[in-house]
Structure formats: C-alpha cells, structure tokens
Write a protein that binds this ligand. Structure first.
Ligand SMILES: C[S@@+](CC[C@H](N)C(=O)[O-])C[C@H]1O[C@@H](n2cnc3c(N)ncnc32)[C@H](O)[C@@H]1O
Length: 197
C-alpha cells in the first residue's frame, strides 16, 4: 500500500547483528528494498534471498478486496533485477528465487538453508503472507526478526489479517514499527515478530 522505509529495515537488520543466518525478502518487485539489503548481507557474510513471482500478484482471494488485481507489480521476470545485482557487485550475496508462493518455497536452495536471521515480507495479499510466515517461522534462528510491511490495525483483510491470524495461530506477539515520517507521507508500518533466543 505504502512505500517501505529502508531506515526501519536497516535498523531491524542491525538488531540481528549477532544472530546467525541469512536475510530474505518475500515480495521484491523492482528490488528497491532488496538491492539495499545486499550490501548488509555482504557485511554480515551471509546470503540474501529475494523471492517473487516477478509476474506480479496472483488472483485476489476472499480476504484481498480489489486493490491488488492479478498481474499488478509485474516486472516481466527477474532479468532486470539480476542485471542490477551484477552492476552493484552483489552477485556473491544475492539469491533470486522466481515463482509463486507457496510453490517457489519448495526450491532446493531455499530448503537447504539452515536459518534466517531477518525476513522482510511484503506481499500485500492475505494468503501468500500467511503461507510465508508459516514457512519462515520454523526456519528462523533464535533471536531472528520477521517484519511484515503494510500492517494496519484498522485493515480487516490483506497482509494485516494474515499477521493477526498467524500470531493467534501460534500464540506469538508482534510489535508495530512505524517509520519516523509515518503514514501521512505514504510510508506504511511494519508488524515485527521476534523469535525467542
Ligand atoms: C509491494 S510489492 C513489493 C515491494 C518491494 N518489497 C519494495 O520494497 O519495493 C509486492 C510484490 O509481491 C509479489 N507477490 C505477491 N503475491 C505473490 C505470490 N503469491 N508469489 C510471489 N510473489 C508475490 C508481487 O509480484 C510484487 O512484486
């Protein structure tokens, strides 16, 4: 819905400095956030996974309304992002996984990773957000942070509903992290889950 405050993402990644594991973004679009996460992964000496269909949203489900129709955010494949990754000198740290959630999460390279220290989930729709949170949680390292973009207390569907349903389902709490500038500037809040150490 709104843009991502990278200041928030960077601060959260800073909070997992001592936590082993990779970084991952689910919902990459053109890579505005992902490309900035890559140098942080290089500094940590870990990988940064980027997961997206790169062909945009799937058909909306019953919790999604009409704001994100099928194909919205299509970038016609991962090629343009791969070029930017190479140009930025970040190919060593970047792993791009193209496909629809949940099927793409079965990719061998993703399955083979031992743990994630930080995840940024930015998928807008209800079901892929819930699927991603369920897939991620058991794969996070103790002390890891999972941040879901576009969390709104008043939103009854979309990613906000997935955050609440996930939290209720496994009995964990989350915090709401707002950017310093805030929603009035079109910058959305994150729901932040912290894995116990
Ligand atoms: C708002 S954009 C992500 C923006 C990005 N995080 C940024 O900071 O610029 C949402 C992305 O989620 C992806 N997406 C939504 N549902 C998906 C699904 N079921 N499988 C894979 N990707 C999906 C879309 O293709 C789109 O690129």
């Amino acid at each position: 819905m709104g843009t991502v405050s990278f200041a928030v993402v960077e601060r959260l990644i800073g909070q997992v400095a001592g936590i082993p594991g990779d970084l991952i973004e689910l919902g990459v679009f053109r890579g505005d956030t992902f490309l900035k996460m890559l140098p942080l992964a290089q500094q940590r000496g870990c990988l940064c996974f980027g997961v997206d269909s790169f062909s945009g949203m799937a058909a909306p489900g019953p919790r999604d309304g009409t704001h994100y129709p099928e194909g919205k955010f299509s970038v016609g494949g991962p090629g343009a992002l791969q070029e930017q990754i190479e140009a930025a000198g970040c190919s060593d740290a970047a792993r791009v996984c193209a496909g629809r959630i949940p099927a793409v999460l079965e990719q061998e390279e993703l399955q083979a990773r031992c743990g994630f220290a930080f995840a940024h989930v930015d998928l807008d729709h209800y079901q892929p957000t819930l699927d991603s949170l369920r897939w991620l949680w058991g794969r996070t390292s103790p002390g890891a942070v999972v941040a879901v973009h576009d969390y709104f207390e008043t939103e009854r569907g979309l990613a906000s509903a997935a955050v609440r349903d996930f939290a209720k389902g496994i009995g964990v709490k989350f915090e709401v992290e707002a950017s310093a500038i805030g929603a009035s500037m079109g910058i959305s809040s994150h729901a932040v889950f912290r894995r116990e150490v």
